[in-house]
Design a protein around this ligand. Sequence first.
Ligand code: ASP
Length: 349
Amino acid sequence: MAMKQKAVLLICTGGTISMIQDPKTGVLHPADIEQFKAYIPELFEYNIHIDMLPFTPLIDSSDVNPETWSKLAHIIYDNYTEYDGFVILHGTDTMAYSASALSFMLDNLSKPVVFTGSQLPMGVLRGDAKENLITAIEIAVAQDSNGKAIVPEVCIFFEDKLLRGNRTTKKDAERFEAFRSYNYPPLAIAGVHIKYNTSVIRYPQPDLPLRLRTRINRHVVILKLFPGISQQTVEAILNIPHLKAVVLETFGAGNAPSDEWLYETLQSAYNRGIIIVSKTQCSKGSVEMGRYQTSINLLKAGVISGYDITTEALTTKMMYLLGEEGDNIDTVRDLLRTSLCGEMSVEDN
Ligand code: ASP
């Protein structure tokens, strides 16, 4: 019996990977499917059907916003039954935000959505675009012997690692290994073979249909503490009109200066219904509320622990929960304490 040809939808949003460098002039210009075919003929010779959907115009990922996330989620939802997996070509700068947002917006996902990008464009002699794209496509169609996707998650493939999207941070502006997941192991490593770490991959409950949840509330802010931060600064931020939630970047295991004014300002924000979540400024490790007196004060002021979540995942999770749950502040608080799709390790501390 002939094997059914697998199909991938390749969505090009922009970024370096969507560009081709003219080898003669060195000029970068957006790539179309014919140019991809010319640079990576081997990709189109596999038994994989690839359809390409480019954004017009292609965008630098600094211009990606919640409307872009919603557009991507809708494209995947509308084409869900037609393809075995989806590959999203995206600039690296804000890729971790987009992958995090999509992980929340695509509830009950059972097919791979693989983000990838590159530090150098197609067409350069020594680059990373071709390898990243080819492996991302291979992962997007990888299935077990029952025809089920091996990685039914929103993930990022870069250099040689497949990482959970909402655990990932861009950590290097130069090296080919641009991304890191500090608090969660890679879902796969690509060497001679692609080795999947199935014990850390998240599998959805069977038979639940994909649910699209794309409402977003933008009234969130990131407040990074530093020694000497002034009362005026904190008060100005916490009194931004219509503010709903704050990512509070704290020191070490979730600590903050012990100034009385700080706790009074946080408490007053809490009393006005503003949600504040503590996230450590360290890349690796978790907030442990109550380990030091300085974090007990935060707890008393109503601050919630973000455990080991990334800033990218916490910011997009807040925007998504406030958008979807509306004014139901207690539900939003409860869900911020819960891991929705593997974005944090919740521990009793
Ligand atoms: N500025 C580009 C972007 O994020 C960089 C890249 O693609 O790596 O769109």
